[in-house]
Design a binder for this molecule. Structure first.
Ligand SMILES: [Zn+2]
Length: 78
């Protein structure tokens, strides 16, 4: 299994000085979900607890708005 390259010790959102995670910012959110639409664990992304909470909320909302796929709905062929 190949290792992911974006593993980081620091919270990206803190680095970017993000105060509030916006669910409409799906390009940013997409970095924190897998291809299957699952949330990437914070030990992988290095996200701090505060931002991880906000991310979880934003991702949930983005899914509801159809900006991100639901877990398990996305089927890959081949
Ligand atoms: Zn943070």
């Amino acid at each position: 299994m190949p290792k992911r390259q974006y593993q980081s010790k620091f919270c990206r959102l803190c680095q970017d000085k993000v105060v509030r995670v916006d669910y409409k910012d799906e390009k940013r959110l997409a970095r924190f979900v897998t291809e299957q639409g699952k949330m990437v664990p914070r030990r992988v992304t290095g996200t701090c607890g505060r931002h991880q909470r906000q991310l979880a909320e934003a991702i949930k909302r983005a899914r509801f708005m159809g900006l991100l796929p639901y877990v398990g709905r996305h089927h890959r062929h081949g």
